[in-house]
Design a protein around this ligand. Sequence first.
Ligand SMILES: NC(=O)C1=CN([C@@H]2O[C@H](COP(=O)(O)OP(=O)(O)OC[C@H]3O[C@@H](n4cnc5c(N)ncnc54)[C@H](O)[C@@H]3O)[C@@H](O)[C@H]2O)C=CC1
Ligand SMILES: O=C(O)CCC(=O)C(=O)O
Length: 411
Amino acid sequence: MKRTSFPKQDIRVLLLEGVSRSAVETFQNAGYSQIEFHEKSLPEDELKRRIAEAHLIGIRSRTQLTADVLEQAKRLIAIGCFCIGTNQVDLASAAGHGIPVFNAPYSNTRSVAELVIAEAILLMRRIPEKNAQCHRGGWSKSALGSYEVRDKVLGIVGYGHIGTQVGLLAEALGMRVIYHDVETKLALGNARPSASLNELLERADIVTLHVPETTQTKWMIGAEQIARMRAGSILINASRGTVVDIDALAAALRSGHIAGAAVDVFPVEPKGNDDAFTSPLVGMDNVILTPHVGGSTLEAQDNIGIEVASKLVRYSDNGSTLSAVNFPEASLPEHSQSRRLLHIHRNVPGVLSRINDLFSRENVNIDGQYLQTNPTIGYVVIDVSMPEERAAELKDALATIPGTLRARVLY
Ligand SMILES: NC(=O)C1=CN([C@@H]2O[C@H](COP(=O)(O)OP(=O)(O)OC[C@H]3O[C@@H](n4cnc5c(N)ncnc54)[C@H](O)[C@@H]3O)[C@@H](O)[C@H]2O)C=CC1
Ligand SMILES: O=C(O)CCC(=O)C(=O)O
């Protein structure tokens, strides 16, 4: 039996922002051959043109898949974010088009955590300034302002996957860890929750940010919060550029209230490696600036390439949505003798009964049926034994049910 109703060689995969070659290999090994690969993100007009032709798209943190862009994506069946953050995608709009979004929630966690710890040590020793001085031919051998991290207080804002890893590594170095999270979190090791963000800012020698970009975290660290930080403390931001008011940080660094900072993410980032970077922090010796490379290790990128491409392949081949971030999660078995129909709908009363009425009216025996819902979306997968043309007719009938977002014959 032909295993996909739409031949794999016609499925177009658009990969942007130089995702790892391991992603390309994963698609190729699964039989996909139409793979378009770009090193950079695309300007919006070009993105709209290319996405209109794509069935699967892979991006990293730079490409903005807004409602307006997704409106053009008439053929798109799934989105892969080859990273942790998914704030660059309008998740609700994607779900409204029946498009699941996948990411790699853990593959670069350790890479970010290691970078943060390295930066904490370098900044506590004032190494960025000393490094810059030596490069300029200067020599300033002094212990002034240099400290061990041992016994210092690390304040972690956002105690999720990365925050907890940072905490564990920091404790191994003898640091005292406090954290602030909007959710109640199990404290690992000897870490302790802070009563509030303000308390954390007032106590920590080093503050490190590990929150996602949300409406609540946008500009959450502004002039007022920075003023609450201890005089001579350090700020590290490897979360999202919009979490910190960068002008306020620059002013606090200039005044000396903040002794040093490491910043990996910026409110506006260049589209690719050849584009110019500007920031109020450029030229400050006590600031480590990195081009959004917190998760950029070969280990992480290889793993992410395989993980996210495999999720896209699994959805495209089998309909499974396990670990989708905006969609009901279904892990589906294979029914090798059946055809598989997918029905994605708004989660409103009556849709499932209409689907079942249709199959009963048409006297179709169902080999397997799977339903998963979230508050807005319903996802029904129906396995049936019948010729291809008959499955196509049923799919057309399914598409007329009110509330339908998408109906497809998968194979
Ligand atoms: N610089 C880089 O290359 C990378 C940056 N990231 C960024 O790091 C972020 C965090 O990643 P993970 O730890 O994996 O995410 P996560 O989802 O495991 O943890 C985020 C934590 O922040 C908490 N949180 C949410 N809103 C908050 C608020 N207003 N105040 C305090 N806590 C809040 C959540 O409850 C959660 O515990 C990602 O969303 C991404 O934006 C992730 C990977 C690489
Ligand atoms: O490596 C990237 O492109 C983005 C990393 C990141 O910020 C994430 O995983 O959320």
